[in-house]
Design a protein around this ligand. Structure first.
Ligand SMILES: CC(C)(COP(=O)(O)OP(=O)(O)OC[C@H]1O[C@@H](n2cnc3c(N)ncnc32)[C@H](O)[C@@H]1OP(=O)(O)O)[C@@H](O)C(=O)NCCC(=O)NCCS
Length: 193
């Protein structure tokens, strides 16, 4: 899990003004800034930071072993990051034996919220996950109950509620939501268009 450099890739995805390009070892300053931005972090990870450069590198290099990690660009300007990762949580793996389950994680600078960038990025990852990677299902994990913006962005990209999970008493929201989009339904909805 730890050690080594970032696993890179050559995947570039684009929809209108939104581009997902590979995360590289030159992007750490931006990523550290986003992880430590209190307004982003409050919604993204239940305030587990602040993170040092070394911690961010270790975590992201570890995630990259089983993920496609991207910088989100809006009109050529980096505004956030996202990734499509092999499912790593037992509560999902246990219930879906033999299925290729992935998860999406995403964060965008607050100044650029509400412009459709999140929805566009999620849609791009979903299309890539199903069409190129052959995933069976893609999840958004731990969407806090008081983060309707995130929930709405995933819903607009076709996700539905999968499970509601109680949170520890120290957490800001008492429950969080896992969301899912199934490949079969996604392919079916495209065929119906
Ligand atoms: C979650 C996030 C990625 C969404 O990206 P975004 O570019 O802001 O999302 P979009 O603009 O595509 O869509 C947001 C939707 O939420 C809606 N929304 C915003 N605030 C809302 C609220 N309080 N209640 C209900 N809907 C809300 C917006 O109106 C929009 O829907 P619409 O297009 O139907 O009007 C981004 O806000 C972010 O990075 N947040 C901080 C980190 C985070 O929460 N990550 C996800 C962790 S699960």
């Amino acid at each position: 899990m730890t050690g080594g450099r970032l696993r890179t890739h050559e995947v570039r995805l684009r929809s209108g003004r939104v581009t997902l390009r590979p995360l590289t070892e030159d992007d750490w300053d931006m990523v550290v800034g986003w992880w430590n931005d209190p307004e982003i972090a409050a919604d993204a990870d239940a305030n587990e930071g602040p993170y040092s450069l070394g911690q961010v590198q270790e975590i992201m290099r570890g995630i990259s072993r089983s993920a496609f990690c991207f910088i989100i660009e809006f009109e050529g300007r980096p505004v956030g990051e996202c990734w499509l990762q092999e499912m790593n949580l037992e509560r999902v793996l246990r219930k879906n034996p033999g299925l290729d389950c992935r998860r999406i994680d995403i964060e965008i600078e607050k100044a650029d919220w509400g412009r459709g960038i999140g929805t566009a990025a999620i849609r791009l990852l979903v299309e890539f996950g199903f069409r190129s990677e052959g995933a069976d299902a893609i999840f958004a994990m731990d969407v806090a109950d008081d983060n309707p913006r995130s929930r709405r962005a995933f819903e607009k990209a076709g996700f539905e509620l999968y499970d509601t999970v109680p949170q520890p008493s120290v957490a800001r929201a008492s429950v969080s939501h896992d969301m899912i989009i199934w490949s079969k339904r996604y392919v079916g909805s495209l065929a119906a268009e």
